[in-house]
Design a binder for this molecule. Structure first.
Ligand SMILES: C[S@@+](CC[C@H](N)C(=O)[O-])C[C@H]1O[C@@H](n2cnc3c(N)ncnc32)[C@H](O)[C@@H]1O
Length: 474
């Protein structure tokens, strides 16, 4: 019998597998390990799954620390769910990500790979995000040490920070976060201190009550800053006092909005943010294109690497000005708009209607006249009549969500048989699965991973597919 809850002792960690889990081999099995370990560490692992060929578990003790380790820079490392790879030097993070992409394409996709260029690392390894969402909670997460060191002391249980992984009702109070540039920490700490000093209630997710719920901060490379404060119900006096105090303390804020959310869930997409100060949106730049980002708009969260990603996509598309380009899963149309000067026509398709409204507005703001955007499910929209009406694509750019492309869309792409497909993916595993299906008609010509999220295991990967020259039998 293969027992669970077995502890394997003194196992050397050898590498990384998917989803940021570390990897070891023992007794003919592959062991996937959680718990922030690094290749070169020697660890004890408590197994939670134990199958014939593989097992899964958590490192419970480190006997020997790898000489590959780096010193984590954040005081919240280990508890916070973000930046989980701080214990790895950035050069090694990139090496493992590159390896992951190659492994997925070869193992899942069973593909012969062209020589891969090295992953494009991020110019900024901290302060690279333009958007963060902080959560207010009256159930602060306290570490075992905090509880032990403060015996008999009543600890502050109101927190403004991030959800702790796997604990839906616990929020880690964040002091300094390195994901966004200043003055974002000043904004967060100003709001928290004011709320505590004035007895404003922090949300209780279990009881579904409390006034302050979330705060979303966007900081752009243009210098513009937007804060969206999400409150449970209107309280004009408290709201105005808090927002005025915030503006006075942080005059760099260019627009301040608030959203009233009395619902059980946190999504604000079905709510109307109200502008308290400024124009109600911010503007972000990618090369010479300017994008309007409202409180509900989607935009690549790492602007610097978003630009690099789009440059790779444009280079792979190899446009000459004569091509009809389909931009599938186009979001707010940013890829299509970015490549539009080099194309004859852009056809963008996206499920979310509001994103398509933004795409149209962004096209108009940038004086792009050859881009056309359509709201709906790619599977429903991409039928023969649609291609007939808008033209057969010379290049298809596809950028699906983590789940990858629907099989029906893959079949349609095989039927349409555009000369080139540029596949942008935030999940190399589903990308590899889709590429295996496309292999019937396409060859992988180029592979370029781009690191959008330093200190995390997340990988973005761009693949250029070219239609095979199939032998014609007479
Ligand atoms: C990874 S994002 C791509 C965004 C965009 N290309 C960009 O660079 O900003 C994936 C997009 O696919 C959209 N989406 C998801 N399922 C879809 C579907 N079935 N049909 C059309 N769009 C879909 C999502 O709303 C999301 O905007």
């Amino acid at each position: 019998m293969r027992k669970k809850n077995v502890v394997l002792e003194k196992i050397p960690v050898s590498g990384y597998a998917a989803e940021g889990k570390a990897l070891a081999r023992h007794d003919g099995k592959v062991i996937f390990i959680e718990g922030g370990v690094v290749p070169g560490d020697v660890v004890d692992i408590r197994l939670s799954k134990n199958k014939k060929d593989w097992a899964e578990g958590r490192a419970i003790h480190i006997h020997t620390y790898s000489d590959k380790r780096a010193e984590p820079f954040c005081e919240h490392f280990g508890t916070c769910g973000g930046c989980k790879w701080q214990m790895l030097p950035y050069s090694l993070q990139l090496e493992y990500k590159q390896q992951q992409v190659a492994d997925h394409l070869q193992r899942i996709g069973k593909l012969a790979l062209p020589a891969m260029d090295p992953i494009k690392g991020s110019r900024h390894t901290i302060h690279y995000r333009n958007k963060l969402e902080f959560t207010f909670s009256n159930r602060a997460y306290l570490t075992a040490e905090e509880i032990k060191d403060n015996e008999g002391v009543v600890l502050e249980r109101n927190a403004l920070g991030f959800h702790v992984p796997k604990l839906f009702d616990k929020v880690l109070d964040i002091n300094t976060c390195y994901l966004q540039e200043e003055p974002v920490n000043l904004i967060k700490n100003t709001v928290r201190e004011y709320a505590l000093a004035h007895g404003l209630s922090f949300y209780d997710i279990r009881a579904q009550e409390g006034w302050l719920r979330n705060m979303v901060v966007r900081i752009c490379t243009t210098g513009e800053i937007m804060v969206n404060l999400v409150i449970h119900h209107e309280n004009k006096k408290n709201r105005e006092a808090l927002l005025q105090h915030l503006l006075k303390t942080v005059p760099a804020i260019t627009t301040l909005v608030y959203t009233i959310n009395p619902k059980k869930n946190d999504t604000i997409f079905d709510l109307e943010p109200k502008v308290y100060y400024g124009k109600g949106y911010v503007e972000e730049k990618l090369e010479d294109f300017v994008f309007k980002i409202g409180p509900k708009s989607f935009f690549q969260t790492n602007t610097y690497q978003g630009e690099v990603l789009y440059q790779v996509t444009r280079e792979f598309a190899g446009l000459t000005g004569t091509e009809i380009v389909y931009d599938l899963y186009c979001g707010t149309g940013s890829i299509g708009i970015f490549v539009s000067p080099q194309a004859k026509k852009i056809v963008g398709i996206e499920l979310i209607r509001e994103a398509i409204d933004d795409a149209k507005e962004n096209a108009a703001r940038n004086n792009v006249q050859n881009a056309h955007f359509f709201a709906g499910d790619v599977i429903d929209i991409c039928d023969d009549a649609f291609f007939e009406q808008h033209g057969q694509p010379d290049v298809v750019i596809t950028d699906p969500p983590r789940a990858g492309m629907h099989e029906k869309l893959v079949s349609k792409l095989l039927q349409i048989a555009a000369p080139k497909i540029v596949y942008v993916s935030c999940n190399p595993a589903t990308q590899a699965r889709d590429l295996a299906l496309l292999d019937a008609l396409y060859t992988v010509e180029k592979v370029q991973p781009v690191d959008m999220f330093p200190h995390t295991h997340h990988i973005e990967n761009v693949v250029l597919l070219k239609k095979k020259l199939l032998a014609v039998s007479h």
